[in-house]
Design a protein around this ligand. Structure first.
Ligand code: 3PG
Length: 307
């Protein structure tokens, strides 16, 4: 009987695990659960007998793939798969998939939670400002960016986007203005929300030169990946721009210093929170389970991300 392992350092909501179990067991497979593990050795032990693994931001590197001798598929229940060594998986004949869009609304809603907190002075009781009529720049118009635009419209934001790959017509159909470069987006918008993946091209791409072009009262919201920020540039931005705020659910490496120096302009949640809703866990977790069943039974590779 094929064994499907849920390996989540940050567990799904119990209701999502229940739904995954139903899908897996109804298909005649066995479910194993490794949650809140603290050591890599626990993951290495658990994957030894797994035919399929469902993960979140858990690191699936060559060490893990080397010991997972029965493994056929890894599904990242979520969007970004930078936590999985795709080359190692390909060389071992392991299929890697993600579940695009399934947690996008949860991440987009958090953007606005962070923004309201930020522009209302971190709820310190003084007069803040409003989102209405401010210019919001959406960097990358994928599933999350699109949901941000949908919610932003309700707030009365003037919305702009830059995406080197998305269709201009599709973006403009959402009432969002397309700009021709990242620089133009940062120059135009007082608020920029990041939705780019962490790739060789994007790592450290949000640097001081780019952020410093933003108008007065600049706010950068990062619910994407910490790797896309140039952390020394972020520190410089705080030092040179007393009007600048940075709001995130992914703590940069210089979190402690930034928090100590700029407690009224820097905010980061203690843990990555974007996809931490029951709905997102259900959507992404069940999609992952269904994709695995369909792959193991029918060979369906629709959401495969490694070739
Ligand atoms: C994603 O890439 O889907 C999000 O960053 C969510 O990540 P998480 O499942 O680790 O919360």
């Amino acid at each position: 009987m094929a064994k499907i392992l849920i390996a989540t350092d940050k567990p799904f909501a119990p209701v999502a695990v229940k739904g995954i179990r139903e899908i897996v067991e109804n298909a005649g497979f066995e479910l194993a659960l490794l949650e809140k593990y603290t050591e890599k050795t626990q993951l290495l032990e658990a994957v030894k007998t797994a035919d399929a693994i469902i993960v979140r931001s858990d690191i699936i590197d060559k060490d893990v793939l080397d010991v997972a001798k029965q493994l056929k598929i890894v599904v990242r229940a979520g969007a970004g798969y930078d936590n999985i060594d795709l080359n190692a998986a390909t060389s071992k004949g392991v299929c890697v998939m993600n579940t695009p869009g399934q947690n996008a609304n949860a991440v987009a809603e958090l953007v606005f939670g962070l923004l309201i907190y930020g522009i209302r002075g971190f709820f310190n009781g003084t007069s803040g400002t409003e989102l209405k009529d401010k210019k919001l720049g959406i960097l990358a118009y994928g599933h999350v960016g699109r949901n941000v635009a949908r919610i932003g419209k309700g707030f009365g934001l003037k919305q702009y986007a830059f995406d080197a790959y998305a269709s201009i017509v599709a973006i403009e159909n959402d009432g969002v203005k397309v700009v021709s470069s990242r620089e133009e987006l940062f120059k135009t918008c007082q608020i920029v929300s990041l939705h780019i993946p962490a790739t060789e091209e994007t790592k450290k791409s949000i640097n001081f030169e780019l952020m410093n072009q933003m108008p007065k009262g600049a706010i950068v919201v990062n619910t994407a990946r910490k790797e896309v920020i140039d952390e020394s540039g972020l520190a410089k931005m705080f030092a040179e721009r007393p009007d600048f705020k940075y709001l995130t659910d992914i703590q940069p490496s210089n979190h402690a210093e930034l928090l100590a120096a700029y407690p009224d302009r820097y905010f980061a949640t203690p843990k990555k929170m974007g996809a931490q809703t029951a709905e997102a866990n259900i959507n992404a977790g069940l999609a992952a389970a269904n994709q695995i069943v369909d792959f193991l039974k029918n060979g369906n590779e629709k959401y495969r991300v490694n070739k």
